[in-house]
Ligand binder design. Structure first.
Ligand code: ADP
Ligand code: SF4
Length: 730
């Protein structure tokens, strides 16, 4: 199908300095956990998007010098010839598909902890980072300013040698150039502090020097948080933001604009829980009013209509995207080919970001199980190996793992029967999406539903059976399929079993009328009283989501939490606004508390640190610490148990127990995937289904094939000889 002519404007080429973008789809810099350490991963991930039609692919933030070292997280680096070689793999692969490659040159100032290099970061004034633990910078004198500007120039020259077309001076997310610009960081009284002209000087001089060094070969981009969202204490778009753009415009070929800072960078990479597509436009739209250069903006753009509106209304010239390009590397191609329904829409969960925030490569994606697996497993998001056998496959359970497994098996040409007792594809996601702010997570289900419906039309032997009676072990063995995949999911326990005590809590029992599991809250069939206690031992979204839902409905909610409430939401950048939301709704949190027993209408809680700080050996049967005397009773009308999950693996274990019948029933293998194997993130459940579908012919397909590891191997040179040098001074 040809593309819808309404979207033609998105496919118009655009000149940026000496280079030309082939269309308006631009992968902005974003972290994947590859950096320059894993060149295969870096090259394969970025070039997949080049193949999928994006006009430019950028590295993640790329350190220009050991003084800007973000270890424990993983950035790219362009410190030396080794990095040049590794990043050249990316530029070469991206160029093969006719796209441009960009590098985001990064100097972090006080936000760079330098845990590997042990260097001292330099900044405009001395302050402790509000983002990074125990990190201060050295206040720069004029020599320091020249040195650091020289680092940018040297790095830009190396970037050009590595084949980059676009060279950034990165000033968003509160990194060095913005630290000079913003009075929040810059307290100087010399020519680099005070007035806007002075605060802008470092950035302008750096742009000028980089431009002089590589500007005829590379386009010069700058990434600018046009509003730091602190009011007059930082950068405000209609004040310093627009004025700075006017000052720097002659030195820039491309403006990449966003909002926010690093400590709360979820204001930029806005999770769908809080922000809709295009949420930054009210700030970034001002830039086109003052710049004569191409401007790109971001905001989880996945809808071509919205993208077209952004360009035609003159809010931006280019659609920048990180997450939409991860969830669907072929988004531009699908729009171009009139296949918008095939787009795997980013659900805005920020699980991709979470892995980088934790510090562990690779990035993963909830929607796209192949993200991060392009090189090491050789997976292509749109291409699948043809089936290697005529075996038919029964998949029991159409949640994230089962539906993904069935989809990929059908893509491969297998005859698949996907069976679920529920009326709808989606499994537990169907209740998760009813929680406040999580509606967009339903795109995960919708994508699989659309694809499976389409594949069923082509593959007439396959079948989708919903709303059936739950399958028993005998049903499964008599079904007639050669291979069976069990994807029956998990449930929240009703007896209080938890990660702290590893046991049930005496008196916890969700069959009682005043106690509920999360599923029971969502189902809405049990009455819930005015005073609700949520007992929590889970570190993700369930407890705060239920608290929000119930408090918004008028209940008085107290969360008793034995673990750091919503800790994982720090990594998905949802934490700050989640906490603001609970505060707005007057939800009370009793942190560091858990429960020892439950009786009708009240719960005995205790401070988890109340058992004494000293230990002594007191003999067998005696606790080595003082007894905890902090126990007290708390009253409730309803108690919600968010204490832990358990796999629904009974069906699998029953089938396993009948293994002696498999051969006579024609069953060759039975596999267990998703939450039924172990409760996990939706991204990981999806991955297990996808992986099994790709490897189902393997002798022991329950367990993954090894993947390619990119590691330094002892006895081989770690760096091209004679080229290792890091320049400190001009
Ligand atoms: P996952 O996240 O691993 O995909 P979910 O809990 O989301 O798991 O989905 C599991 C699905 O399996 C649910 O839709 C549930 O209705 C279905 N299911 C569980 N047991 C059976 C069974 N015995 N027969 C048919 N469907 C089942
Ligand atoms: Fe989008 Fe979530 Fe995938 Fe990130 S992990 S790209 S937010 S779907």
């Amino acid at each position: 199908m040809p593309r819808d002519p309404r979207y033609d404007v998105l496919f118009e080429p655009l000149k940026i300095g000496p280079k030309t973008l082939r269309n308006r789809f631009y992968q902005v810099p974003h972290c994947i956990g590859a950096g320059s350490n894993l060149p295969g991963f870096q090259a394969a991930h970025r070039s997949m998007k080049a193949e999928g039609g994006w006009a430019a692919m950028n590295t993640e933030y790329c350190s220009i010098h050991p003084e800007s070292d973000d270890t424990h997280r993983l950035s790219a680096r362009i410190w030396d010839e080794g990095d040049v070689r590794n990043l050249r793999a990316m530029t070469q692969e991206v160029h093969k598909y006719g796209a441009l490659a960009g590098i985001e040159m990064w100097y972090g100032g006080s936000h760079a902890p330098c845990m590997e290099s042990r260097a001292t970061p330099r900044g405009p004034s001395q302050y402790a980072s509000e983002f990074e633990t125990l990190t201060y910078c050295k206040e720069m004198d004029l020599d320091d300013i020249r040195d650091v500007q020289h680092f940018y120039v040297e790095a830009a020259l190396r970037a050009r040698d590595a084949g980059f077309d676009i060279v950034y001076v990165y000033g968003a997310h509160s990194y060095l150039p913005l630290q000079f610009l913003s009075p929040y960081y810059n307290k100087r009284t010399d020519g680099y502090g005070g007035s806007l002209e002075n605060r802008a000087r470092f950035w302008l001089e750096t742009l000028e020097k980089v431009r002089r060094a590589v500007g005829s070969d590379c386009a010069i981009a700058t990434r600018f948080a046009v509003d730091t969202l602190y009011g007059s204490g930082g950068v405000e778009v209609e004040k310093d933001g627009m004025k700075f753009v006017e000052m720097a415009d002659p030195l820039v070929d491309l403006w990449d604009v966003d909002v926010g800072d690093i400590a709360e960078w979820g204001e930029d990479a806005g999770p769908s829980r809080f922000y809709l597509q295009g949420h930054q436009v009210p700030w970034t739209r001002f830039i086109k009013q003052v710049s004569k250069k191409p401007v790109l903006g971001v905001g989880r753009f996945t809808d071509p209509e919205k993208m077209t509106e952004i360009v035609t209304k003159g809010y931006a010239d280019i659609i920048g995207a990180a997450r939409p390009s991860i969830a669907d590397p072929f988004l531009p191609k699908k729009i171009e080919e009139g296949r918008v329904d095939d787009v795997r829409v980013c659900i805005g969960c920020n699980v991709c970001i979470s892995r980088w925030e934790i510090g562990g490569p690779p990035m993963i994606c909830t929607q796209n199980a192949t993200a991060g697996e392009e090189y090491r497993r050789g997976w292509h998001p749109e291409k699948f190996e043809e089936s290697k056998s005529d075996d038919s496959v029964l998949v029991v359970g159409a949640g994230p793992s089962g539906s993904e497994c069935a989809r990929v098996l059908m893509q491969r040409g297998y005859t698949v029967h996907l069976v679920d007792s529920a009326e709808k594809i989606g499994g537990h996601l169907n209740s998760v999406v009813t929680l406040p702010g999580l509606g967009e997570w339903g795109y995960h289900r919708d994508y699989r539903e659309t694809q499976i419906t389409r594949l069923l039309k082509k593959n007439r032997q396959s079948q989708l059976a919903l709303g059936v009676k739950p399958l028993s072990a005998a049903d499964v063995l008599d079904y007639g399929a050669e291979k069976v995949v069990i994807a029956t999911g998990a449930h929240w326990v009703g007896d209080g079993t938890n990660c702290l005590t590893h046991d049930p809590i005496p008196g916890a029992d969700a069959s009682q009328c005043d106690q509920l599991t999360p599923e029971q809250v969502v189902a809405g069939k049990k009455p819930i009283g005015k005073r609700v206690v949520i007992l929590n031992a889970d570190t993700y979204f369930m407890a705060p989501s239920l608290a929000e839902k119930l408090a918004a409905a008028g209940h008085e909610v107290t969360i008793v939490s034995g673990v750091h409430l919503a800790n994982y939401m720090h990594f998905t950048l949802e934490y700050p606004n989640m906490m603001r939301r609970l505060h707005e709704l007057h939800v009370t949190e009793l942190g560091d508390h858990f429960a020892s027993r439950i009786e009708k209408g009240h719960i005995e809680i205790y401070n988890i640190w109340g058992d004494g700080s000293r230990r002594t050996y007191k003999g067998a049967g005696q606790l080595p610490r003082e007894a905890n005397r902090t126990h007290r009773w708390l009253e409730f009308d309803s108690l919600v148990l968010v204490t832990g999950r358990r796999s629904n693996d009974t069906l699998y274990r029953e089938i396993k127990a009948k293994q002696d019948q498999w051969e006579s029933k024609g069953v060759k293998a039975v596999y267990l995937i998703g939450d039924a194997e172990a409760p996990r993130l939706i991204a990981d459940a999806t991955f297990t289904g996808h992986r099994l579908a790709r490897e189902i012919e393997e002798a022991n397909a329950q367990y993954p094939l090894p993947y390619k590891r990119e590691v330094a191997v002892w006895g081989t040179p770690h760096m091209p000889e004679g080229t290792y040098q890091i320049i400190y001074k001009k």
